[in-house]
Design a protein around this ligand. Structure first.
Ligand code: GAL
Length: 661
């Protein structure tokens, strides 16, 4: 369990640097991320480098025993570069260019900009790549943030055409696959294809989907140019990128493939995230100062797999932020809790954003570990406490690597894109559906691994597929091979890879293991709420429901009040033909988990647990005081069983024999 901080020495007088480094080390911080927006100071004019200040910062931090994460500064191209090459500015779907004057004002497809990024990365890496204190490199910053991707530039169009040519080979095959006979959309050559923007009504969904697939690959390619340079000049350092929470614009599994990163790091702003996602207002109100109990966990569990077991929190909320609709001060204890929560889910490092609140420019309303006057902030005081607690406990400072959970939840980026392109109902959002299944599992006290469909799922006892637009033979082979209970949610298998309805109807290939067919689908306004009972719980379908037919031996385990099946089962495989209201997912999963031989608990509202090795952590996100589900005689290494809001505790398995202190 290591603690870090994001630091912007270029924003402060040189006279403060040594004292900052000393105080960081005293606080218990081990890692410091620097430089990711400092291009204009590294290279004030084209080709004129000024490394003096950065040399000083690196030496100052290193001399206090701090390890450095160096960011390549490519998220903030300096103005002289934009003036020299205005074509690097990205373009919005409405055809207008974004301006310089903030950050991320570049087009990911611009070959000119990629060349410039390689140039500055190489200059940096040649200078610091072999420095012993520089233990990791971050490429760019939050790729895709501020909706700068997709970008609709001429550069993107040229590369999109080549991408399509590589995928379809001939224009005839593309026309067939896309169904371009519809509305006379047939093309005579790849050069005739445009980007799918500025069309009077919907562009062809497969055109939109291929453009999203292409853009996702563009993001990976942009990152990989920098990785090649870093591997050459900094072969001993970890390479990473800081991803975002609830962010699906590119396929993170593909991004991370082929060792494109060593660690998955992500930026965790739980309160702002709770405010900005599609949660019921009552939950937003209940968790306004603590964040919803699953928002961080969901991404911890997702990024752990993306990093092949290794993940960091690169930026952790340290107090109020500046960018959500409302930005409250976190409840007492939360800044400390979020660190232990990340560690419980397997994080190696939690790095807070930022060392000191900056009194000027865009983020002056964003807190840090220090107030603008350099006094430790309330968040800073909590981090100091967490650092002391970790240092004082042998168990906490030597945690085992995270192990496999019993439950897998399959997450699929393409499914998100396909259902965004064709929501069919205003409120259908795949990621939110996946989150609700995740929430239900966690309310039952289950640990979850979030994985791509290509992962080995056969070792799990319960596999949840909240939905998956395209079901391929590989996934069916996994169902056949595994001994797990499987649950597939609505819209599973509803499309082919070319964005069409499968010839045998939905759920496509799933019919091989669960004979059934989807005859019609409906999206539901709030006033349309077919009722259903699952186990002892009454509820309704929300957002989405299907009219399905059970074929062959398939049984109907629950039906709506108008007789349409709600839950179908065949052996160990189930299909849920609707988006179920709160409480119903949990009722269903409780029953399925029992069939999978898993022990479940009904945790008090707002309480969550997570196991790491032989330690169990419990966290209270709710406004009420609650009791952690620790066994009698549990040996606590952190806190105790009574948890006030924002409290955390951790206990060892009862049979652990060595000294827990
Ligand atoms: C992140 C970003 C940081 C900072 C932070 C504020 O999205 O990477 O640079 O802007 O948000 O919360």
């Amino acid at each position: 369990m290591q603690l870090g901080v994001c630091y912007y020495p270029e924003q402060w007088p040189r006279s403060m640097w040594a004292d900052d480094a000393r105080r960081m080390a005293e606080l218990g911080i081990t890692h410091v991320r620097i430089a990711e927006f400092a291009w204009s100071r590294m290279e004030p004019r084209a080709g004129e480098f000024d490394w003096g200040w950065l040399d000083d910062v690196v030496e100052t931090l290193a001399s206090h025993g701090l390890k450095i994460v160096l960011g390549t500064p490519t998220a903030a191209p300096p103005k002289w570069l934009v003036d020299a090459y205005p074509e690097i500015l990205p373009m919005r779907a409405d055809g207008t260019r974004w301006n310089a004057g903030s950050r991320r004002h570049y087009d990911v497809s611009s070959e000119t900009y990629r060349r410039e990024c390689v140039r500055i990365t190489a200059a940096m890496a040649q200078r610091y790549g072999s420095h012993a204190a520089v233990v990791a490199w971050q490429t760019d910053n939050e790729l895709g943030c501020h909706e700068t991707i997709p970008s609709y530039t001429p550069a993107a169009l040229a590369r999109f055409r080549s991408w399509l040519k590589a995928r379809y080979e001939t224009i005839g095959q593309l026309n067939d696959a896309w169904g371009n006979v519809f509305w006379s959309m047939e093309y005579a050559s790849f050069d005739a294809i445009e980007l799918p923007n500025l069309t009077p009504t919907d562009a062809n969904p497969i055109h939109l989907l291929d453009f999203r697939r292409f853009m996702s690959d563009e993001v990976s390619a942009f990152h990989r140019h920098q990785v090649e340079v870093l591997r050459r000049f900094a072969p001993h350092a970890d390479v990473l990128h800081n991803f975002m929470g609830f962010f699906t614009t590119f396929d993170h599994y593909r991004f991370a493939a082929d060792k494109a990163i060593d660690v998955a790091s992500w930026d965790s702003y739980p309160i702002a995230r709770t405010e900005s996602i599609a949660l019921p207002e009552a939950q937003k109100a209940r968790y306004a100062r603590t964040a919803h109990p699953d928002v961080s966990a969901f991404d911890h569990d997702r990024y752990r797999a993306i990093g092949q077991g290794r993940f960091w929190v690169m930026e952790q909320q340290a107090g109020p932020v500046n960018w959500a609709s409302w930005n409250p001060v976190p409840a007492k204890g939360m800044v400390r809790l979020w660190a232990f929560e990340a560690f419980a889910h397997g994080a190696e490092l939690v790095s807070y954003f930022r060392w000191r609140q900056c009194p000027y420019a865009q983020e002056q309303m964003h807190s840090g570990l220090n107030l603008p006057n350099n006094e430790l902030s309330p968040g800073g005081i909590e981090v100091e406490r967490a650092a002391r607690e970790i240092a004082a406990s042998h168990v906490l400072s030597t945690l085992a690597a995270p192990t496999r959970a019993d439950v897998a939840l399959v997450f699929d980026y393409e499914t998100q894109w396909m259902f965004e392109i064709q929501r069919h109902g205003k409120t259908f959002d795949y990621q939110t559906l996946a989150f609700e299944y995740y929430e239900a599992l966690r309310e039952l006290g289950l640990d979850v691994d979030i994985l791509p469909k290509s992962a080995d799922l056969t070792q799990y006892r319960l596999v949840i597929v909240p939905s998956i637009a395209v079901i391929d033979d590989g996934l069916i082979a996994q169902v056949e091979k595994s001994g797990a209970q499987w649950v597939f949610g609505p819209r599973s298998g509803s499309k082919t890879k070319d964005f069409a309805i499968p010839a045998n109807l939905a759920p496509g290939a799933l019919q091989r293991v669960l004979p059934m067919q989807v005859l019609e689908v409906e999206s539901l306004r709030a006033s349309l709420a077919p009722a259903v009972r699952v186990g002892n719980t009454n509820g309704v379908a929300v957002h989405w429901r299907e009219h399905v037919r059970a074929n062959g031996e398939t049984g109907v385990e629950a039906a709506f009040d108008d007789q349409w099946p709600a839950v179908l089962a065949h052996g160990r495989v189930r299909y849920v033909a609707a988006w179920l209201s709160q409480g119903l997912h949990r009722a269903l999963l409780q029953q399925v988990a029992a069939e999978a031989g898993l022990t479940v608990q009904n945790l008090p509202e707002g309480l969550r647990t997570r196991r790491r090795g032989d330690l169990t952590f419990a966290f209270n996100f709710g406004p009420e005081r609650v009791q952690a589900p620790s066994p009698l005689g549990a040996r606590f290494v952190l806190g105790g069983a009574q948890l006030a809001t924002g409290d955390v505790c951790a206990w060892l398995d009862v049979d652990r024999t060595d000294n827990p202190a």
